[in-house]
Ligand binder design. Structure first.
Ligand code: PLP
Length: 378
């Protein structure tokens, strides 16, 4: 695989071979150990876009070993991971900012670029973090409805940024959460290429590893010479580390330094760093996560087709499908059946977002949906 392909797909085959990261290991090793199958009360959570496989065996071992350095501040271990990431992406360590999940990186960016005249432009609906974190800052927030393909309406977003020279932060979640589809990367590139310097782009690539649409590629190449681009990534999704809390941003060194002013000292922790170092670039892990996700997607689309429930094309580990009736009632009924799904994503209140779990989880979801149909609930 060429480096270009790695950049486009966000996978690491070849690039890492012999350079950094673990060698591919047998698939069987990935599933050993107790993955957290259910919540304490037996419910199945299909509401948070988590990886149902749990962390890899290598990450599990690394966490156990890292307990021995739990008394030490994590600076050395963070530097080591940053070095590993920088080598894999072909950037300098000074271009990487680590966060307690990618959420913290989004928070830093929203804080760092806030100003009394700054607009915040984002899609509607999109992932809510930027909206949450702007609340304590004087942004003028402009939400732009998704276009008819449920992609970011970049034309209208450009209009919202305006041509009066005011600074702007543009949040582009690609693929988008909650809708799951991509916004064609070439269109994002066109805008970045033409944008003025005080239009700051946050491109959130949380789900990049799941994407197989050829119209998609990472925005990473821009960070080399565009200080107004930040690419945000996470260990929470394909690497299954949502509970360990680790994400990162990649930007121009000047931008990374600007963000770093907003990081809490020693924000990362030994266990997450150790797990990440052990699984980053693990092709077998990525392949298995993606495959299980594909299977769950096919099964879920199967039952939605069978019941004639409209759904959006997805490039992620979740899918949005229509419900008939009230979303709150639908979610409550699912919860009574032991399945936690969705949350409201206004204005799309006639749609439910369900995350993909293991095949048996999706079988249960399918059975429940069929029962709902028999009762006339969907
Ligand atoms: C698009 C997107 N960005 C960022 C996050 C935050 O993830 P984390 O803080 O676990 O990295 C999520 C979580 O679901 C997400 O969907």
């Amino acid at each position: 695989m060429q480096r270009r392909d790695f950049i486009r797909r966000g996978t690491l085959t070849g690039l890492l071979a012999g350079a950094v990261g673990p060698a591919a290991r047998p698939l069987a090793a990935l599933s050993s150990g107790p993955a957290p199958r259910r919540l304490a009360n037996g419910d199945i959570r299909l509401s948070s876009n988590e990886n149902p496989l749990g962390i890899s065996e290598a990450a599990r071992q690394a966490v156990i070993e890292a307990i021995t350095v739990a008394n030490r501040y994590p600076r050395d271990q963070q530097d080591a991971l940053v070095g590993q990431l920088a080598a894999a992406y072909g950037v300098a360590p000074a271009q990487i900012v680590m966060g307690v999940g990618s959420s913290e990186v989004l928070q830093m960016a929203i804080q760092a670029f806030a100003g009394p005249r700054t607009r915040l432009v984002l899609a509607d609906p999109t992932y809510e973090d930027a909206i949450t974190y702007q609340r304590t800052h004087p942004y003028e927030m402009l939400k732009v409805p998704l276009d008819s393909d449920h992609a970011h309406d970049l034309g209208r977003m450009r209009e919202a940024v305006g041509s009066d020279g005011r600074p702007a932060v543009v949040y582009i979640c690609n693929p988008n959460n909650p809708t799951g589809g991509i916004t064609p990367s070439s269109a994002v590139d066109d805008w970045i290429r033409e944008a003025r310097e005080n239009v700051f782009f946050i491109v959130d690539e949380a789900y990049i590893e799941y994407v197989d649409d050829p119209a998609y590629h990472t925005a990473l190449p821009w960070v080399a010479d565009r200080p107004n681009v930040l690419v945000v990534k996470t260990f929470s999704k394909v690497y299954g580390m949502a509970g360990l809390r680790l994400g990162y941003g990649i930007a121009h060194p000047a931008t990374a330094a600007r963000l770093a002013d907003f990081v809490a000292k020693n924000n990362t922790n030994q266990l997450a760093l150790a797990a990440a170092g052990a699984c980053f670039g693990d092709e077998a892990l990525i392949r298995k996560s993606v495959q299980v996700n594909q299977d769950a997607k096919a099964a879920t689309q199967g039952v939605l087709d069978e019941l004639g429930l409209e759904y959006l094309p997805t490039q992620t580990n979740f899918i949005m499908h229509r419900i008939s009736g009230d979303l709150g009632q639908y979610r409550n009924r699912m919860a009574e059946a032991g399945l936690l799904v969705g949350r409201p994503f206004p204005p799309m209140l006639e749609w439910n977002r369900v995350s993909f779990g293991l095949p048996e989880d999706m079988d249960r979801f399918a059975e429940t949906l069929r029962e709902f149909r028999q009762k006339g609930w969907v």
